[in-house]
Design a protein around this ligand. Structure first.
Ligand SMILES: *[C@@H]1O[C@H](CO)[C@@H](O)[C@H](O)[C@H]1NC(C)=O
Length: 116
């Protein structure tokens, strides 16, 4: 999917997995294409109940959706132009090659400057 944000604003990159069938599972977010396992350039991960703080690359990365409904959408605060690009979300569903993978392409437009 494709998401457009503006510099200085927050943006949410959508990702959901089937929590009803699988229960809460480990999910990671990374930048770029998802590799065969885990996430490249990891931004954060969750055990399905809460963000694993030791894996959070910056406080600008937040999970603000309903984790108990499998909503693991990533919110990025205070966008900069360097945030543009591809992101990957991987839910580690148990079993061989069962992981749910989603890619989101983020475009960042220059927001209007606040004049004071
Ligand atoms: C971005 O999110 C933060 C934290 O939720 C909030 O405090 C801030 O007001 C938001 N900024 C904008 C521009 O919406």
């Amino acid at each position: 999917s494709l998401v457009v944000g503006q510099t200085g604003q927050n943006v949410t990159l959508p990702c959901k997995y089937d929590i009803k069938t699988n229960g809460a599972v480990y999910v990671c977010w990374g930048r770029g294409e998802l590799p065969n396992r885990k996430c490249n350039n990891q931004l954060l991960s969750t055990d399905g109940h809460k963000v694993l703080e030791e894996t959070r690359a910056s406080s600008r990365y937040q999970l603000l959706g309903r984790l108990d409904e499998g909503d693991v959408s990533l919110t990025i605060l205070k966008l900069t132009e360097e945030d543009a690009g591809r992101y990957g979300c991987r839910a580690e569903i148990p079993g061989w090659f069962n992981d749910e993978k989603h890619h989101v392409d983020l475009t960042v437009e220059r927001g209007e400057k606040l004049l004071r």
